[in-house]
Design a protein around this ligand. Sequence first.
Ligand code: NG1
Ligand code: ZN
Length: 557
Amino acid sequence: SSLRVVYAFAREMHPKTTDVFIQYGTAGFRTKASLLEHVVYRMGLLAVIRSRVKNGRTIGMMITASHNLEPDNGVKLIDPEGEMLEESWEAIATRLANVSDNDLESTTAEVIKEVNADMGLKASVFIGMDTRYTSPRLAAAAVHGVMALKGTAKEFGIVTTPILHYCVRCRNDNTYGTPTEEGQFIMNHNHPYGEQMPDGPKSSRMETCYYEKIVGAFKNIRAKLPVHGSYNTTLYVDGANGVGGKKLNIIKKSLDGELDLVLYNLGGNGGKLNLNCGADFVKVSQKPPVGVEHAPFQRVASLDGDGDRIVYYYLDDKNQMNLLDGDKIATLLASYITELLKACEVTELKLGLVQTAYANGASTRYITDDLKVPVSCVKTGVKHLHHAALSYDIGVYFEANGHGTVVYSELAKRTIRKIAQEGEPEQRKAAQLLVNFIDITNETVGDAISDLFLVETVLCARGLSARAWMTAYTDLPCRQLKVTVQDRNVISTADAERTCTSPEGLQSKVDELVAGYKSGRAFVRPSGTEDVVRVYAEAETQEFADQLATEVAQAVY
Ligand code: NG1
Ligand code: ZN
C-alpha cells in the first residue's frame, strides 16, 4: 500500500528511540530536542492529513521551544486561518507521536479513516524553525513526513513563530497579504506525484509581505502623528539571542528615524538563547536581562526566543526594575482603540479584553473600573484567549507574560473602513488611524514585532514615556514559583484554573493561606509545557507575595 513508504521512511530515517510518553500540550510537543525527531516526522504526516481534511488548504508546522533553553525544542501545527491546531486534534497528535514504529503504518491508516481524509487530494504544508542548532535536523524530519504522504512542503527557514502563522493565513486567504517574509530563503519540496507549487515566491514579490504590511502601516501613522510630549523615538530591544531580534535588524534598515532601534542579544558574542535574557526571564525573575546596556528610564522591549512574546521595562535612577508586562500592553492598546472608536463616533462595536488567571489583579480592576471595558478570564494558553477574543467585535487578548494581539471582526473592519472613507473630517481622521492600526496587527497570533509597533504607535500618539505609561495603574506585587512533583496531573482545576478540584483538600488549604494576606490571591495549576506545577501569588507587598507563594508551594509539595 502507499502507506508502506511511511513505515519504511520512519524506520530508516526517523526511528522512535525512546519510550517516554509525550503529550501535545499548551504549545504543541516540547521536550529535549534529542527526543523529538520521530515526533516531528509523524507531525509531518499529520499535517498532510489535516491539510486534506481542510480541502488541501495549507497547514503550518513550527519547530521551536519558544522561551525554553537551547537543549529543548518542540513542534506545533498551525491551522489554515493561522490559528493553533483545533483542540480535538491534539489527542490524535499525541496518539500518532507515541505509537511504536511497528504500529505507525496501521495507526496512520486508522487516523486517516477516522478523520475521513481524502488522500487523493493535494496537501500543502509550510515549515518554519527557530534558531536552535537542533532545528534544521527537525525541519528535515518534518519535510520527510510531509513527502511520505505525498504532500508538498515549503520550507521558510528561520522565521519567528508569528511570521509563519501569518504566511499560512495569507496562503489560504490572499486578502490578508502575500505569504512571504522579505528576503528569506524559501525551498520548495514538490513531491513527484503531488501538487506542484504553482507560485514559488520570487524575491521581487516578497516586498508586499509581512514587513511591508506592518512597517508600512506604522509609517503611515507616524506621518499623521508627529512625535511630541515625553515620547522618545529611541527603543532598546533585548532579542533573547533568538530569531525576533534578527528580524528586527532587517526591519531597522527600513525605518527612517520614526523609531531608532538599538538592538541587543542578537545571538552573537556567545549570547545563549533565552539564557538570563528574553521576555520570560524578565517577567518571571523581574530582573533586567544580561547583555543589554541600560540608561535610567530608557524603555526596553524584551522579546522571547521565537518572537511571539514581548514585555517592556525600564530601570529607574535607583536601578529598580519597572516592568510593563502583557497586562500593561493590553490595557494600553484597548484604551487607545476605545479612544479612536469614540472619535469615530462608533457605538455599535463591542470591544472586550481577555486575560488569564496570571493577569495582575490591579490590571483587572483598572479595566473594569477605569476603562469600563468588559473583561473575561480563560484558561492559560493562547488558543483559549484567541477563541474568547473572537466573541467581541474587537477583542484584545494578552497573557501577563506578553503573548497577545488584537482581533477584529469583519463587521468591525467594514464599519471602520467605511468611516475612513465617508465620515465627517474628524471621524475620518480617527478611522484612518484605526485602519492603519489594524494593518500593524498580526491577528493570527501574539507577535512581538507587531506588538512592538502597536505599542510604539500608542506611546507616540499620546506623547508618553515609559514612565508615564507606568502610571496608568500600579501592579500588585506578585511571585511565580515552580514546584516539581511526582505526577503533576494529579492536580486538576476549574474556573479558568483559579480553583483546584483535586487533590482533595488542596484548595481549602490555599484559601486558608490567602485569607491571611491583605489583597492576597493565589492559585496552583499543572504546567502544559514543563513537568512542573506552577504557583502564583500576589499580595500588598513583595515580601508578602513571596511568602504566600512559598506557603502555597509547600502545600502542593
Ligand atoms: P504553561 O507551561 O502551561 O504554564 C506557558 C505559559 C503560557 C503559554 C505557554 C506556551 C505562563 C505562566 N505559562 O504555559 O502562558 O505562553 O507556556 O508558550 O506564562
Ligand atoms: Zn514564544
